[in-house]
Design a protein around this ligand. Structure first.
Ligand SMILES: [Zn+2]
Length: 167
């Protein structure tokens, strides 16, 4: 009986290895995109969204998932939530010098995101003279500059664009 079962398993494995769908599904499943930032979550289908934490004791919002609130120190009070991928420009600087290979100038920005989260990132905008405090922006997910982990899995990052601008 045991030998028969083993034989059946061996036969099934042999069939699996022989099918094209299994050969493709293995490596591709391993190369599913993964988060390249602490607030970015990526579903199995590659869909990305923002996730942050809000303290149920004091209301503070933070990007990191920690055991204790960084504002009031209460433990186990952080509740995850999904901010909408929109916000307003809080501060920025135009960067003219960077590492070799990084295209300059670019705009490094701090954005007040929906729900109380603050995020730093690159604001893609051509007209730097149009930058204004409080201007509406939105978050777009991207390929994190083509970055991949050691196994070749691509990362998902984000950048800001002016609301109403075409990406
Ligand atoms: Zn708190």
């Amino acid at each position: 009986m045991q030998a028969q079962q083993r034989g059946a398993v061996r036969e099934a494995k042999g069939r699996d290895l022989g099918t094209a769908s299994n050969t493709i599904a293995g490596p591709e499943a391993d190369l599913a995109p993964k988060s390249g930032h602490k607030v970015v979550r990526v579903g199995p289908d590659g869909e990305a969204w923002l996730e942050a934490s809000r303290c149920s004791n004091c209301g503070a919002v933070m990007a990191e998932r920690t055991r204790a609130c960084r504002s009031c120190g209460a433990r186990n009070t952080l509740v995850p939530f999904r901010p909408k991928a929109i916000g307003t420009l809080y501060s920025w600087t135009v960067v003219y010098r960077s590492f070799p290979g990084i295209k300059v100038p670019f705009v490094s920005a701090v954005v007040d995101v929906d729900g109380g989260l603050a995020l730093k990132g690159t604001l893609r905008i051509d007209d730097h003279d149009s930058l204004k405090f409080g201007m509406p922006v939105r978050i777009e997910f991207d390929d994190a500059g083509g970055a991949k982990d050691k196994d070749g899995r691509p990362y998902v990052g984000f950048h800001f664009v002016a609301e109403g601008a075409s990406a």
